[in-house]
Design a protein around this ligand. Sequence first.
Ligand code: UDB
Ligand code: ZN
Length: 184
Amino acid sequence: MLTMDDIIRDGHPTLRKTAVEVSLPASDEDKKILNELLEYVQNSQNPDISAKHGLRPGVGLAAPQINVSKRMIAVHVTDENDKLYSYALINPKIISHSVEKSFLASGEGCLSVDDPYPGYVPRHARVTVKGYNVEGTEVKLRLKGLPAIVFQHEIDHLNGIMFYDHIDKSNPMKEPENAIKIGR
Ligand code: UDB
Ligand code: ZN
């Protein structure tokens, strides 16, 4: 299983690379990596497992964060109605998005970033994400709220983008225009 020791931290060059597409059908090695990403986020949200192994509870993880520069992500998060979004996706892509934005009221952090970066991170309020599951079946998701934010954060990792790149450096706490504030 993956632990915090497998997660690379800010400053590691892999976090700034564009990850390569995964060829389908996925190899056994790529399937294993994808399953491990999802297993990490699930384990990290289990109080007993996370305490035992010192896992930081996460809602998403991208392959580059374990120093694998390939386009794979895992997300395990609930929305405001407690609906679970648990996905492990290959070659995820935002195929459409709203003009309206959203942002987390408490800002963002990252499992690969140990220091806090206060400030609002504008995201698309709604996104449609297309990708492939571990079996190679196409998956299309219409997302809003926190799940939409998590998918955008993880897909950014595939493009070498960190959450704090989106923070307005001159006015980090200025609320983004035309944006829904998502409380937590
Ligand atoms: C996270 N968790 O997992 F709104 F119940 C963050 C960390 C970095 C703080 C662990 C998180 O935001 N949890 C959360 C948020 C809520 C409600 C709730 C739990 N990530 C994943 C990551 O680093 N992936 O690369 C950062 C998130 C910031 C916004 C989306 C992803
Ligand atoms: Zn992150």
